[in-house]
Structures are given as C-alpha cells and as structure tokens.
Design a protein around this ligand. Structure first.
Ligand code: TZP
Ligand code: MG
Length: 215
C-alpha cells in the first residue's frame, strides 16, 4: 500500500497496535498480531528493541505477510534499515532516533513516518515537519511499566494536541480499559494500548471492548 493508504489505515480504526513480546504471556508476536487484526486493528507497529537484528528481520518478514493479508499497515519502530529490508509501510521514530528529515531521505516519499512527541515544544516542531512526517505520538499519558523511564505528560497534553496538532496523533502510555474514556474525552481519536492488549487472555475481545469505548 502507499503512504496515503497507510494513513487511511491509521484513521480507520481507533486502536493502534504495537508488539511487546515480553508482555504477551508467552505468545508469539505472530499470534498476538493476528488476534489484533482479527479484531479490526489496521495499523501495527513492530517494537522489539532487545532482539537481534536477524531475529527481528525473520519475524518481520512473517508479520509483513500477515499484515498484507489483512490489508493492514505495518510500521517498524526505530530501525529504518529493517523497514526497508522487509518493505514495511513506514517507521516510527522517537526524539533520540534519526531525525525525521534524514529518515524521509532514506525512505523516499511513499512511506509513513510517525514521530513521538512529549510536550508542546516538540508538537510545534512536528507541526513544522508536516509533509515530512505523517502523524505524531503523544505520551506517555500515564506512567507505564512498558517504558519505565518516560515521564507522564497527562491528559493535558492530549488536549493540547487536539487543539494544536496539524497532524493526526495517537495517544499512548498507561492507557487501559478503565481510563480510556478520559483519553477519548481529552480529544484522542486514536489510542495505543500496549500491555493491556498483548497481555489479555482474549486479545481480540479486549481490542473490541476498547474500540467500543472509543466509538
Ligand atoms: N511510548 C510511550 S509510552 C509507551 C511507548 C512505546 C509504552 C506504552 O505501553 P502501555 O503498556 O500501553 O502503557
Ligand atoms: Mg525509538
């Protein structure tokens, strides 16, 4: 799919999917992602920072095939070379990764770039990069075990993004079924719930109940 189609996937379902094999109750990323896709998720980010490059590559080849089968966008966290090698639909980068303009140079015009932001100053920088990047992450909204060092930015930053971002945004960090309505009320159309989805007994059922709250 092209960049536009991938961004249509971003907007087509309120839950953004991320892998976290270490928090998937012993299940493989393949199994977890397939359940996410069955429940309607159409935008999946592969985020595995600790595996070897070869393990990531082999896993992403399989996930690429699977996401294609469901017509879902597939993005890679951090590794632009891996995204290119498996023909992913784009990359998600953070403030300490390669800068967005450099990533755009590498990927060319037809891939999606997402950029994590953690406050108004970074959001304004992202606004200035509209056209280079396609969406931003806003978070962590709440404290989270999934990214222990990150400082929570609160619902205030979600409200700020709602009012000030020229790009679509995904709220992330510590979001669970019990607080999801607050994130939605703060203005998020798209949310990422990592550990509560990957760790759920019934992943598809969890995704469906989260999507219902976002409806
Ligand atoms: N970026 C900001 S918070 C976070 C990432 C990748 C992890 C969110 O995980 P969880 O389990 O939904 O709190
Ligand atoms: Mg990163």
């Amino acid at each position: 799919m092209n960049r536009q189609e991938a961004m249509r996937c971003f907007k087509s379902f309120p839950i953004y999917g991320i892998t976290a094999e270490g928090m998937s109750a012993g299940r493989s990323n393949l199994e977890v992602v397939e359940a996410m896709l069955q429940a309607g998720i159409r935008f999946v980010q592969y985020r595995e920072k600790e595996k070897s490059g070869l393990a990531r590559y082999n896993e992403c080849l399989q996930l690429r095939e699977l996401t294609r089968k469901y017509g879902a966008a597939f993005l890679i966290d951090d590794f632009v070379d891996l995204a290119m090698a498996v023909d992913a639909d784009g990359v998600h980068i953070g403030q300490d990764d390669l800068p967005p303009r450099a990533v755009r140079e590498l990927l060319g015009p037809d891939k999606v770039i997402g950029w994590s932001t953690h406050g108004p100053e970074q959001l304004q920088a992202a606004n200035g990069l509209a056209g280079v990047i396609d969406y931003i992450g806003t978070g962590p909204v709440y404290a989270t075990q999934t990214k222990k060092t990150a400082v929570p930015v609160g619902l205030e930053y979600v409200q700020y993004a709602r009012q000030n971002s020229v790009l679509p945004f995904v709220a992330i960090g510590g979001i669970k079924e019990h607080n999801l309505h607050l994130v939605r009320e703060a203005g998020a159309d798209t949310v990422c719930v990592v550990s509560e989805i990957t760790g759920a007994d019934d992943i598809a059922a969890k995704v469906r109940s989260l999507a219902e709250i976002m409806d």
